[in-house]
Design a protein around this ligand. Structure first.
Ligand code: FDA
Length: 393
């Protein structure tokens, strides 16, 4: 005979654990299932082991989705302050690193332990290392899951299987397949918050600069960020590039303002006729010398300031403020922090995350077409969407 629950939560990651805890504490009999052996591996490896668990400034504008307003309701029902209250209730010490990003002082394991304790308080039954073979509609409504541990059934099924990034720790497309099986559309998917790779020529010119980092303003599509860019052996990374990668499409240029705090033309004009090396002048503005030399050589610039004609000065100033680079791709799901796109928000209620046409079926967290900026926004979406589903399932 099938073992029966009120709710099955599929995926014991950030969103699934939050949802299971809330539903359990709301009086539901909950089963939390995962194919991984360990709980919430992505929380464990996040934020360099300290979990950037939310962002003080999380607001709908910090999320990408076909429907930019979709995340509004869940964020309003359970926002950063609510998650922080939970963290404080559990006595977890934290600090703000920069730009509203909150991290554990000690270890991301504390967040996993906190969610686990909340699940225990809600009487959640947990089964790890379980393979889900099929998901189907129950004869009398609800859902039946055929698994390696036998069949389980429930009135509500919450899909919290996350995105496709880092397949080596358990990412799978199961959530998207379940959506399609029940007739919910899934948008295009792509790696996001991911390093971008150089074309061959740029790679040859800039590979020796691996390790150099620079404060820039970066733009692509509708995205615009002021952060650090990092040169790597394969291309560009660092927070500025991870952020902009979510807005980047194949074939698009990325535009970097390499001197965001300086009027480059005025700076060059003040020094016209000078014997100074251009690379030394740019180093005065904080550029690493070896970056200045390689970048100027790649732009075909003269060596000394006095060699700049008025036309070349104008061109150089333009390049300094709008350095255009065309990446040839990304480093893919192996290096991406998240997946952009997912289960279409058109098919879900933004208040509860329930499928509009399939009563009892919920999608939460990264599997949904809601992708946050870098900096704690994605976990906040996991908590917010998990909470509202947990209250309603
Ligand atoms: P999550 O991936 O957490 O959980 C999904 C669960 O479903 C997993 O336990 C998985 O095993 C399970 N599952 C998948 N397929 C299954 C199947 N077929 N059967 C059964 N179970 C299955 N965000 C942030 O805000 N701050 C940060 O500091 C970081 N840092 C960070 C670092 C790195 C290296 C990565 C890769 C990602 C981040 N992120 C982040 C992003 C963040 O980890 C991510 O957005 C959330 O974990 C998403 O939560 P979910 O619960 O939706 O998926």
């Amino acid at each position: 005979m099938n073992k029966s629950f009120d709710v099955i939560v599929l995926g014991a990651g950030a969103a699934g654990m939050m949802c299971a805890a809330v539903a359990g504490q709301n009086g539901r009999q909950v089963l939390l299932l995962d194919h991984a052996e360990k709980l919430a591996e992505k929380i464990r490896i996040s934020g360099g082991g300290r979990c950037n668990f939310t962002n003080n400034a999380a607001r709908p504008e910090c999320y990408l989705s076909e429907n930019a307003h979709f995340c509004r309701s869940a964020l309003a029902q359970f926002g950063p302050r609510d998650f922080l209250a939970l963290v404080e209730k559990h006595g977890i010490a934290y600090h703000e690193k920069k730009l509203g990003q909150l991290f554990c002082d000690d270890s991301s394991q504390q967040i996993i332990d906190m969610l686990d304790a909340e699940c225990t308080q809600g009487g959640v039954e947990r089964r790890m290392g379980v393979t889900v073979k099929t998901v189907s509609s129950g004869a009398a409504g609800g859902f039946v899951l055929d698994t390696s541990l036998g069949c389980f059934e429930a009135r509500s099924l919450v899909v919290a299987t996350g995105g496709l990034s880092i397949p080596q720790i358990g990412a799978s497309p199961l959530g998207y397949r379940i959506a399609e099986q029940f007739g919910l559309p899934v948008t295009g998917l792509s790696p996001a918050l991911v390093p971008l790779t150089f074309h061959v020529d740029d790679a040859a010119a800039f590979a020796p600069l691996a390790g150099v980092s620079l404060d820039v303003e970066v733009r692509a599509g509708k995205g615009r960020f002021r952060e650090q860019v990092l040169f790597t052996h394969k291309g560009l990374s660092g927070p500025a590039i991870l952020q902009i990668s979510s807005y980047w499409e194949p074939g698009m240029e990325v535009v970097l303002n390499l001197l965001p705090d300086c009027d480059a033309l005025a700076f060059l004009e003040e020094r016209q006729g000078s014997e100074q090396l251009l690379s030394n002048a740019l180093a005065e503005l904080g550029w690493p010398k070896r970056f200045a030399e390689a970048w100027l050589a790649r732009q075909g610039c003269p060596v000394r300031l006095k060699e700049l004609t008025p036309k070349k000065r104008l061109q150089l100033a333009e390049q300094l403020h709008h350095w255009r680079i065309k990446p040839n791709g990304t480093q893919g799901y192996k290096k991406a922090e998240v997946t952009r796109g997912g289960v279409s928000t058109k098919a879900l209620s933004s208040k509860t995350m329930e499928a509009r046409e399939v009563p009892g079926l919920y999608f939460i967290g990264e599997v949904v077409d809601v992708t946050g900026w870098l900096g704690g926004y994605n976990f906040q979406w996991a908590w917010s969407s998990g909470y509202v589903a947990g209250k309603n399932c």
